[in-house]
Design a binder for this molecule. Sequence first.
Ligand code: AMP
Ligand code: ZN
Length: 113
Amino acid sequence: MSDCIFCKIIDGEIPADKIYEDEHLIAFNDLSPQAPVHVLVIPKKHIASTEDLLEDDAPIMGHIMTKIKDIAKLVGITNGYRLVINCGEDGQQTVPHLHIHLLGKRSLQWPPG
Ligand code: AMP
Ligand code: ZN
């Protein structure tokens, strides 16, 4: 997707503070961190949101989920974390490329706003 900001990060057209990258995903620091650790984990394939996931995307998404704990370790999280996926307007999704927020290194409130 040529006008997608996260696809531009994947293609190296926009810089990002990368934490981890492999064949299916990249993880980079959020520009506007909401916790001492705030990493975005995104599939390299452009998938707009969880509403757009196909059965064929299951291996990619499964791979991403299994890598989260490794990424958490890489950024020094030792006491738990929260994963958030915003979807659509009510979910306050602002970037239409599926991303998982990995938040940690502080005690997080529940429920979210
Ligand atoms: P969401 O509101 O769930 O769509 O989250 C989008 C996230 O992307 C926000 O937390 C933004 O701070 C973050 N963001 C937007 N542009 C960039 C960028 N160029 N590099 C890193 N994070 C970004
Ligand atoms: Zn994209």
